[in-house]
Write a protein that binds this ligand. Structure first.
Ligand code: SF4
Ligand code: SF4
Length: 387
């Protein structure tokens, strides 16, 4: 019998976290006499900031079963898909495939998507696309761990996830094996304790085939070999394009197929009333994201924005651009159009977004013992969770 787990993580920030989880699964499975392999996918880009990437663990009872399972590009029927940042529930786009891939695309029918999040399962489900088959949404309460930049700073997310996997897929690894492997590998009783808590506390909600986000994920067709031209042809991108529905203004040239918005964990929110139209954000955005509006304001295009935060840093007007956690948004609509439609309602919307600290906070490793509990309690007090 074989079992497989995929971990979807954000390039650079979480690459060590993803590797530690899948490696931990294989170490634990070996305690049960199984064999296994942990690997990253060739086509992903774990070295690029925020780009969704994947790490896999495949375990089997015998070498032959393992080899048979590995004779393919990637496991397509995973028992558990782990998303170590809840904004990945909106779908992912990387180098390894084309268009937007729902988070559960490679989760088997009846399998589980395990998310580390302070959001309730029903809130997360609004982001997850419909699967057309039953599945389970499991939530491990916790702030997304962004503590793995270059040097891994331990916040126990790795072992908490391992414990939760043992609860969701005991036929892959049991919690006792996880505990033994953790103690042997990391020699830390506290991490063993965290794994057990992850196992005991994970919340599971069953999801019906037609539940979730009804949006059709963005896709495009690759040219077939008959369509390809002789030699290497790279079509040019138009320097400027009209923006549909606008009378005036334009969109600078940008890649029409690689959208990049799934790279984002935070997005800029622009206050058009305090904007002085200085052009600095438009000039400095590394991805040419700002559409030039008919009024001379600059509208950050949410399909193209990768959430780097440069515009917030360079804008000379205080609080004119504010980065807000991606979980606070449900679409990629134009903020400028929203403002034009109803300026007062936009102001109220903007104020609500930028004043809610529960949706601007990210974890960057713990500096003292008990910090995790303090942060979780603070988030819960602010209404972001209840654990
Ligand atoms: S965060 Fe700002 S600077 Fe960065 S890609 Fe988005 S719009 Fe451009
Ligand atoms: S940098 Fe700030 S003030 Fe200048 S155009 Fe952009 S949003 Fe407006």
């Amino acid at each position: 019998m074989t079992g497989s787990i995929e971990v979807v993580y954000r390039g650079i920030f979480q690459k060590h976290l993803g590797q530690r989880i899948t490696r931990g699964i294989v170490l634990a499975a070996r305690k049960e006499g199984k064999v296994g392999v942990s690997f990253g996918r060739y086509g992903d880009s774990p070295e690029r900031n925020g780009i969704p990437a994947k790490s896999f663990a495949v375990v089997a009872d015998t070498e032959d079963e393992l080899q048979a399972h590995l004779a393919r590009y990637e496991p397509k029927d995973n028992d558990v898909t782990v998303a170590v940042d809840d904004t990945l529930c909106k779908g992912v786009e990387s180098w390894a495939w084309y268009g937007l891939q729902p988070i559960h695309k490679l989760t088997r029918r009846g399998g589980a998507v395990l998310v580390t999040s302070m959001q309730a399962p029903d809130d997360l489900l609004r982001d997850c696309h419909r699967k057309g088959a039953p599945w389970n949404l499991a939530v491990l309460r916790g702030i997304a761990s962004f503590s793995g930049l270059w040097v891994f700073k331990d916040d126990h997310t790795d072992v908490r996830v391992l414990g939760a996997i043992a609860r969701l897929a005991p036929h892959v690894v049991r919690i006792e094996s996880v505990e033994t492997a953790i103690l042997e590998e990391w020699k830390d009783e506290l991490k063993v304790c965290s794994a057990r808590k992850g196992h005991d506390r994970v919340e599971v909600r069953s999801v019906g085939p037609e539940e979730g986000n009804a949006e059709q994920p963005y896709e495009f067709k690759l040219p077939r070999w008959q369509d390809m031209k002789e030699g290497l042809v790279i079509p040019a991108i138009p320097v400027r394009q009209e923006v549909e529905g606008w009378d005036g203004g334009y969109r600078p040239g940008r890649n029409p197929t690689f959208k990049k918005f799934t790279t984002r964990t935070m997005r800029p929110v622009v206050d058009f009333e305090t904007c002085t139209k200085c052009t600095v954000c438009w000039l400095q955005c590394p991805d040419s994201c700002f559409d030039i509006t008919p009024t001379g304001h600059y509208d950050a295009n949410m399909e193209a924005c990768c959430g780097c935060g440069v515009c917030e840093a360079v804008c000379p007007v205080t609080h004119c651009i504010t980065m807000v956690n991606e979980q606070a948004f449900e679409d990629n609509g134009s903020q400028f159009a929203q403002h034009q439609n109803d300026a007062a309602a936009y102001k109220a919307w903007l104020t609500e977004k930028i004043q809610n600290s529960a949706i601007t906070q990210r974890a960057h490793g713990f500096r003292h013992k008990g910090q995790y509990q303090e942060e979780a309690a603070q988030m819960a007090a602010e209404g972001a969770g209840d654990d």
